[in-house]
Design a protein around this ligand. Structure first.
Ligand code: NAD
Length: 496
């Protein structure tokens, strides 16, 4: 098989940074743009429309009109299914272009843009397409003189505000259930990674999603994002991003129309290793693969290892020995495992946390430095801190970079207490060959997703989301329909 030369492909790529509103590509109402830069080398890729209130308003009006005239919601589920299946097929047909846009825009390795991001995006859309003509409503067990129907109806206009770490996948997790259920959507991608969202919008229209049903308004959070979350005609916000911005989403809803808010937020997930887990190398290699994947920019990254003191030295030794496999490289080289940090601001944040970890007394056993400065891009070595304490900043705050903190514990009770002593509760994992202990600890962990003796299992069929300040609501699985539908009870009198 001939290898694709991704650099050649990149230089031939055409960008279109205009918004997508009511089926048309449009410049921002103000005519303003912002520069979309690549973290690979700091180069400007293209100007992108700087959406503000007027653009959001036009998109929401188009979405509302599309919902009200039932051009999409009124189609039989089987018809929406076929159109969304075509959308998924088009995503796969455009896989090289989408993967390249994703890698150029946010710096992840091209091999993973292809095998993970494009593949999961297409699968997500296809899965909700397949599901929608198979979900049934309910009839309540009432007395014989009445019939009570419990039905799900599309909510109306869904505002989707998503982050930059998995731009396409995060968009798909909102779009799949929302579009399948018959809603209209206004998507606001991150200003750091707007390109694939715009292309997805075009592909949806080519597949037959009617104009106005799926709109994309790029722009900044405090401009386009705020306007969308405050809009009186938006029925629900599906938000994925930081806990800080998630708080604002709740405020915006309170200040506007009490729209439903579903927040999918940050994490500081614990990876708990007991001495009765015999294959220590597998646990150590799994944590390295999981924390360094996507440059550590994963909400569910296991960034806090809790390891029993009797095996901690060995565990840290094996994990650190894995670091050379994840040294940052050219994201366009198919062999690269770890790419660039999304932008200079995030690079400074990550380096700042690394400095704080050392100054607070943790021991940096590997990494800790910026590398590949000659490229003009933003790269950080895989970094491991040993002898961290749960009270340290690096153990409490989400770093969102390739930085692992290792904390030692003495007893099972202490391990559970440390794992749960966090503002977050997104994901967790427990490693033990003792069946009862594995179940006991899995039950005690306050997290939306708990893994036993593994970390990387994931599927569109299971819910994704967290406890506590990691958010509410769940993306993925049939449960995601709860966030984009209203529950209606209809009473019908039956005369004797
Ligand atoms: P962010 O909160 O800075 O931005 C997310 C989105 O919100 C962007 O589109 C941004 O433009 C918009 N936004 C920012 N400020 C806003 C404002 N004042 N009003 C309205 N919109 C605003 O987060 P980020 O840095 O893009 O993403 C990283 C975060 O996302 C991490 O905390 C990560 O854990 C989280 N995340 C969570 C999940 C999950 O499923 N729980 C998945 C991926 C990422």
């Amino acid at each position: 098989m001939t290898q694709i030369n991704w650099h050649e492909r990149a230089s031939a790529l055409r960008f279109d940074g205009r918004a997508l509103i009511d089926g048309e590509r449009r410049d921002a109402h103000s005519g303003e743009t912002f520069d979309c830069k690549s973290p690979i080398d700091g180069r400007v890729l293209t100007p992108v429309a700087r959406g503000r209130e007027a653009d959001v308003d036009a998109a929401v009006k188009a979405a509302r009109a599309a919902f009200d005239d039932q051009r999409w919601a009124g189609k039989p589920p089987a018809v929406r299914k076929r159109i969304l299946q075509r959308f998924s097929d088009k995503i796969l047909a455009a896989k090289d272009e989408l993967a390249l846009l994703e890698t150029l825009d946010m710096g992840k390795p091209i091999q993973y843009s292809l095998s993970v991001d494009v593949a999961s995006t297409a699968r997500c859309i296809a899965w909700y397409a397949e599901a929608i003509d198979k979900v049934y409503d309910e009839v309540a067990p009432t007395a014989a003189n009445a019939l009570a129907l419990i039905t799900r109806e599309p909510m109306g206009v869904i505002g989707a505000i998503v982050p930059w770490n998995y731009p396409m996948i995060m968009a798909a997790w909102k779009l799949g259930p929302a579009l399948a259920a018959g809603n209209s959507v206004v998507l606001k991608p991150s200003e750091k990674s707007p390109l694939t969202a715009l292309r997805l919008g075009e592909l949806a229209i080519e597949a037959g999603v009617p104009p106005g049903v799926f709109n994309v308004v790029p722009g900044f959070g405090h401009e386009a994002g705020e306007a969308l979350a405050l809009h009186m005609e938006v029925d629900a916000i599906g938000f994925t991003g930081s806990t800080r911005t998630g708080r604002r989403m709740l405020e915006y809803a309170g200040r506007s129309n009490l729209k439903r808010v579903y927040n999918e937020l940050g994490g500081k997930s614990a990876f708990v290793v007991f001495p009765d887990f015999k294959d220590l190398a597998r646990a150590a290699k799994t944590v390295a693969a999981s924390i360094f994947f996507n440059q550590g920019e994963s909400c569910n990254a296991p960034s806090r290892v809790l390891v029993h003191e009797s095996i901690a030295d060995e565990f840290v030794r094996i994990t650190a020995a894995e670091a050379p496999n994840y040294q940052p490289g050219d994201p366009l080289d198919p062999a690269t495992e770890m790419g660039a940090i999304v932008d200079e601001t995030q690079l400074r944040t990550v380096l700042g946390y690394i400095a704080t970890g050392s100054s607070e007394g943790a021991t940096c056993v590997t990494g800790g430095r910026q590398v590949r400065q000659d490229t003009g891009g933003y790269y950080v070595q895989p970094t491991i801190f040993d002898h961290a304490a749960n009270g340290m900043t690096i153990a409490r705050e989400e770093i969102f970079g390739p930085v692992l903190s290792v904390i030692r514990f003495k007893t099972e009770q202490e391990a559970v207490q440390l794992a749960n002593n966090s503002a977050y509760g997104l994901s967790a994992s427990v490693w033990s060959d003792n069946l009862s202990r594995a179940h006991r600890v899995a039950r005690a962990l306050r997290a939306g997703m708990v893994h036993v003796n593994q970390y990387d299992e994931d599927d569109i069929t299971v819910p994704f989301g967290g406890y506590k300040q990691s958010g509410n609501g769940r993306d993925k699985s049939l449960h995601a329909f709860d966030k984009v539908t209203e529950l209606k009870t209809t009473w019908i009198r039956i005369d004797p």
